[in-house]
Design a protein. Structure first.
Ligand code: SF4
Ligand code: SF4
Length: 279
């Protein structure tokens, strides 16, 4: 069973829930936690896992041969990322930060003036705590498009899943609804959306539920800090999207202390979710 832990909004306790649930599930069966928040991975810090580097992630990038270039501008026309600036009568200029390595320019150059080079865009790590297998990846600073790093992490995870035959795989996505979140969500059986009862929580929950509906992924809601704010805000959205609120985690001193220390929380609602998943 593969479950995404996601949420439209950052700071709702997504990583804390993901790590706590992963630890709970690892008591019940073979479990893997994949931290796909490649911009800011922190699950290993919460779990106090010392990560080991597995491999670097590279992306193709164009290399221009100006001896062959006829200044036709085709490469700039086909680049949907606007990563190639072309001014008539001049050689094209690459903006490396914008390039996502799609190879369109290399294929389209009529004069074979663009060859394939590569640049490092991220690193994949692994680790372990008790029975829990752990994978994460981190994007290089300055890389704008993170989905290739998420895809590389998921490809690596897929091989490991075949080897280990996990009972549970949890994928902790980035917050938001960007391409890297879509990459992390692809292929999951279900998604748990972590939110809080505030207008901003409601707004962002609506966005992630809309995305999950489009991707045809069944979704459930975990309401964090459930006893502050206005619960009705979330209940309305849950009803609209037919997404059940499966757990409510209160705003308690004990949990706050765990948050502030970056520790996984222990709460009966997390234990109950793990029990239901086991069943
Ligand atoms: S498509 Fe090829 S020939 Fe045309 S401007 Fe680009 S690199 Fe030069
Ligand atoms: S590889 Fe794709 S994104 Fe990069 S410059 Fe070429 S067309 Fe643009």
């Amino acid at each position: 069973m593969k479950i995404a832990i996601t949420g439209g909004k950052g700071g709702t306790g997504k990583s804390t829930v993901a790590t706590s649930l992963a630890l709970e599930l690892s008591k019940k069966g073979k479990t893997s936690l994949i931290d796909a928040d490649v911009d800011c991975p922190n699950d290993h810090l919460i779990l106090n896992i010392k990560r080991e580097k597995i491999k670097d992630v590279y992306q193709p990038t164009p290399k221009f041969n100006f001896k062959k270039c006829k200044k036709c501008g085709r490469c700039s026309e086909v680049c949907r990322e606007n990563a190639i600036v072309f001014v008539k009568g001049n050689y094209p200029i690459l903006i490396p930060e914008q390039c996502i390595g799609c190879s369109a320019c290399m294929i389209s150059c009529p004069y074979g003036a663009i060859s394939k080079s590569r640049k490092k865009i991220g690193t994949i790590y692994s680790g372990k705590i008790k029975n829990l297998d752990f994978l994460s990846a981190e994007t290089e600073i300055g890389v704008e498009e993170e989905s290739p790093v998420v895809n590389a992490l998921k490809d690596f995870a897929k091989n490991k899943e075949k080897e280990r035959n996990y009972d549970f795989v949890l994928i902790d996505t980035s917050p938001g609804t960007h391409c890297n979140v879509i990459s992390a969500l692809s292929g999951v059986d279900s998604a748990f959306c972590i939110t809080e009862p505030t207008p901003l929580g409601q707004h962002d929950l609506k966005l992630i539920l809309q995305l999950l509906e489009k991707l045809k992924i069944p979704s459930k809601i975990i309401l964090n800090r459930a006893d502050i704010g206005d619960k009705k805000l979330i209940q309305e959205i849950a009803k609209k999207f037919k997404a059940e609120i499966i757990a409510e985690i209160p705003y308690s001193k004990k949990i706050l202390k765990a948050y502030s220390k970056g520790l996984p929380i222990k709460h009966e609602s997390i234990e109950k979710i793990a029990e239901n998943l086991e069943k």
